[in-house]
Design a protein around this ligand. Sequence first.
Ligand code: BG6
Length: 486
Amino acid sequence: MDAMTFVLFGATGDLAKRKIFPALYNLFVDQKLPSSFELVGLGRRQFQESEFQAQVEKSLHSFSRRPVTDPDSVAQFLSMIRYVELNVGEPADYVKLNDRISQREQQLGLPQNRVFYMSVGPELFGPIVSNLKASGLSEVTGWKRLVVEKPFGHDLVTARELNASLSRVFDEHETYRIDHYLGKPMVQNLEVLEYSNPILQALWRNRYVANVQITAAETVGVESRAGYYDHSGALRDMFQNHMLQMLMMLAMQLPKHSTADDVGFKKRKVMESLRALNPEDIAANVVRGQYAAGIMGGQEVVGYKDEPGVAPNSTTDTYIAARLWIDDYFWSEVPFYIRTGKRMKSKTTRIVIEFKDPSDKFTRTNETTTPNLLIIDIGPEAGMTFQINMKNPLTGKLEAVPIHFGSDESNVPEAYEKLIGDMMAGDSTFFAHWDEVELAWQWVEPILQAFEANEVPIHSYPAGSNGPLAAKQLLEADGYHWWLDE
Ligand code: BG6
């Protein structure tokens, strides 16, 4: 891997502490960092380098997936980490930073390969990037890469504005938009499952699939994030990005080569085939929910409007369910039901593919069959289950039998490890490309407007439940139900 300087904006923030440093440390232990590597952490506060390194070490102890037991490897890792104080709004600070990084590159004989990682609020992405250009930091003799976290825009217009400002300095192939769901092993497995299993390849189409259900249910509420979440809601926070990215990965047709360009092209095709919702169809296809007080794990929890920092009359969605149609050759006529919500009964991210059931009665015994299911568990446990029908040898009765494949490996690399590793290797396959992001905002936009205009009812659901009744009815109207709701 190329030698590089990794410039981290927001190095003292929460994401750096919980995800970025632990991911880098685990990559280091796996010998997946380049042999010449320097990380420059940037923050507003004044720190001695040793103080900052001690903070990083603490974060490894708290959040590394591997236990941190070898002091030598920790010391070696920390020795690659510098700290520089920087005021993001102060152009002179960037000029100083550029001098410092250039000098260091010369000293260490590092080529000018620079990663700029924006672990900061999205309102700072644009200003930072213009300062990178003005100061010369982005003028390199090697390569440069920009990593941005979500949210990428607040709606279609702001996402386009943001992209325009970033792309004045970084080309699309230099821009890595993180969607951590794309780093989850089972989401990455979707492509592999289809590639490597002719059985699935044959079945992955409307001829055999009755419907597809994608669920991302969380037990947590808004926590301490009301300042952000109350202006965002589930549609922006989860649906526009993670849920639609999972849909793309699942529904895309296999590209000939699994390269970033080819995968991106096939994902874009899915979004282009996604049937746009007309304003008059939104209320019939989208369920908006907000959690009310309820019981979770035996404890009473407050409703969304009573959470600290939430406006008492808030109409923010903490739950979304939607019925979508992909009008292409393979998926036309197959409804995709997608839902995500906070304060639900259990933490589960799961895809269920329900197959058509042409033999609804086993004629000899007149017993009813259950549809075959393919269940892909994305998290917290990764696994896959096939549900098929068999005669129970003891009772002689027809039964739906699960065949389960799970990994015993509890210590698999975290999404951030995978994504940061790919980015350092210059592979953007599992990142959100601009076309996808733009098309996703385009699809979501009429729903945002309908919410704003209050044209879609807000259904309340008790914390600890499976969501509003209306989401159940959405499927019942088509003769289906959500599988595996406890
Ligand atoms: C984040 C959202 O992107 O994903 C959070 O901002 C959400 O609101 C989180 O809780 C869920 O991620 P995971 O990996 O726990 O499913």
